[in-house]
Design a protein around this ligand. Structure first.
Ligand code: GGG
Length: 355
C-alpha cells in the first residue's frame, strides 16, 4: 500500500478490520456498513478481516498474530480496531494487542475529539485530547520482587524527548488549525519533575523549533496539572480546546471527557503515525453488554470518519459525521447508553438512511 499517496491519487483503498473482543465485534461491522454506504465518494474499497484480542489468545496462545501485523503493514492503507478485554491479573504469555499494535505500526498520536451534540446549539464541549501513544507507563516494564515490606511492585515510566516533541508537534499543528487556537499541556511536574518535567518542557519548546518558522505564534498555550485539569474539565469544559498529555493521563482524561457528552459510546479516536492510521472507538469491549446487540455503534462510525478525513477523504468523512449528528439530534433511534431503547442494527440503519 502506498500510504503517503494523496486521496485523489489512490485508486483503491484497503481497510484492515480488527474487531478483537466483546462489543468490538458488533461495532466494527457497523462502521464497515457505514463506509460502504459512501459509494463513489471513496475509491474501490476492500476490507480485510484480521484477528487479535484476548479471546483469540485464549484459543491460540497468541494475542496479536504476526500475520495481522504483516497484512496491516504491507497490504492495508488504514485500519479500524474495535476493543480489547485484557485481564486485570497477569496472564503468562499475554500482552495487550492494542498497545503492541500502536508500537508495531509506530502510531504515536492518539487523537480523541470530544464534541457535544445537542439540538442546534453551539457545542458546549468541543475539545480534542491528543494522547502520546507509545510510552509512559504503557511500555509495560513491571516487576515484582519481595523485600522487607513484603511484595514490591515497580513499573518504569518512560518519557523521551523524541516522543514528547512529536506529540507536541501534532498538538500545536491541530491547535493552529482550530478556530480558538488554544493548547493546554497536561502534566504533573510538581511531583514528577523529571519525567513530566521533560514532557512539559519539550512540548512547550515546539514553537521554537527552527522548522516551525513562527507557524504557531498565534497558538495560546496554557498548562494544567492533571488533577486540576480533570476538575476544570467537569466545572468548565468550555475552557479547553486541544489538550496534549502523556499516555496514561491522556487515556484517563479522554474517558472522563466522554462523560460530558453523554456516553463513551459516542467518542471516536484515531491512532496516527507518519505512515498509517487506525480508527478506534474510545470505549472498551464492554463484556457486560456484549452479544446483546445494544452496543452504541456511533463511536466506531465516527472513528471511521476520522480515519477517512486523515487520509484526505473529506467529503465521505463529512457525510458520516453529519449523519451521526442528525441521528443524535433527532433522538428517536438511540441505544440504551443514551437513554434510548434501540438495537445496534436500528441505529446503524438510521445512520445509513441519513448518509
Ligand atoms: N477501544 C479501546 C479499548 O479497547 N479500550 C480498552 C483498553 O484500553 N484496553 C487496553 C487493553 O486491554 O490492553
Amino acid at each position: 500500500a502506498v500510504r503517503s499517496m494523496s486521496a485523489t491519487a489512490r485508486k483503491s483503498l484497503t481497510i484492515g478490520l480488527i474487531p478483537a473482543d466483546g462489543i468490538g465485534r458488533e461495532v466494527i461491522p457497523a462502521a464497515k456498513q457505514a463506509i460502504l454506504a459512501l459509494g463513489s465518494d471513496l475509491p474501490k474499497t476492500e476490507f480485510v478481516e484480521l484477528l487479535a484480542g484476548f479471546e483469540y489468545f485464549k484459543r491460540t496462545g497468541t494475542a496479536l498474530p504476526d500475520e495481522t501485523v504483516e497484512i496491516l503493514k504491507y497490504d492495508c492503507d488504514c485500519a479500524l480496531f474495535g476493543a480489547v478485554s485484557s485481564p486485570s491479573k497477569k496472564v503468562v504469555g499475554y500482552s495487550s494487542p492494542i498497545v503492541a499494535l500502536r508500537k508495531e505500526l509506530d502510531l504515536y498520536a492518539n487523537i480523541r475529539p470530544v464534541i457535544s451534540v445537542r439540538g442546534n446549539e453551539k457545542p458546549s464541549v468541543d475539545l480534542v485530547v491528543v494522547r502520546e501513544n507509545t510510552e509512559c507507563l504503557y511500555i509495560k516494564q513491571e516487576e515484582l520482587t519481595v523485600g522487607p515490606n513484603g511484595k514490591e511492585a515497580r513499573a518504569t515510566r518512560l518519557i523521551t524527548e523524541r516522543a514528547s516533541r512529536r506529540i507536541g508537534q501534532i498538538a500545536f499543528e491541530l491547535a493552529s488549525k482550530r478556530p480558538r487556537k488554544h493548547l493546554t499541556v497536561i502534566h504533573k511536574s510538581n511531583v514528577l519533575s523529571v519525567t513530566d518535567g521533560l514532557f512539559r518542557e519539550t512540548v512547550r519548546a515546539v514553537p521554537l523549533l527552527p522548522e516551525v518558522n513562527g507557524r504557531y505564534n498565534d497558538v495560546t498555550v496554557m498548562e494544567q496539572l492533571v488533577d486540576s485539569a480533570v476538575y476544570r474539565l467537569f466545572r468548565e469544559p468550555q475552557i479547553f480546546d486541544v489538550m496534549v498529555a502523556p499516555n496514561l493521563y491522556g487515556d484517563i482524561i479522554s474517558d472522563a471527557a466522554a462523560a460530558l457528552v453523554g456516553s463513551l459510546g459516542l467518542v471516536p479516536s484515531i491512532n496516527a503515525g507518519d505512515d498509517f492510521v487506525m480508527g478506534e472507538p474510545v470505549h472498551g469491549s464492554a463484556p457486560d453488554i456484549a452479544g446483546q446487540s445494544i452496543a452504541n455503534p456511533l463511536a466506531s462510525i465516527r472513528s471511521a470518519a476520522l480515519m477517512l478525513r486523515h487520509l484526505g477523504y473529506t467529503k465521505g468523512a463529512d457525510r458520516l459525521d453529519i449523519a451521526v449528528d442528525q441521528v443524535i439530534r433527532e433522538g428517536q433511534v438511540l441505544t440504551p447508553d443514551l437513554g434510548g431503547k434501540s438495537k445496534t442494527e436500528e441505529v446503524v440503519e438510521a445512520v445509513l438512511k441519513k448518509i
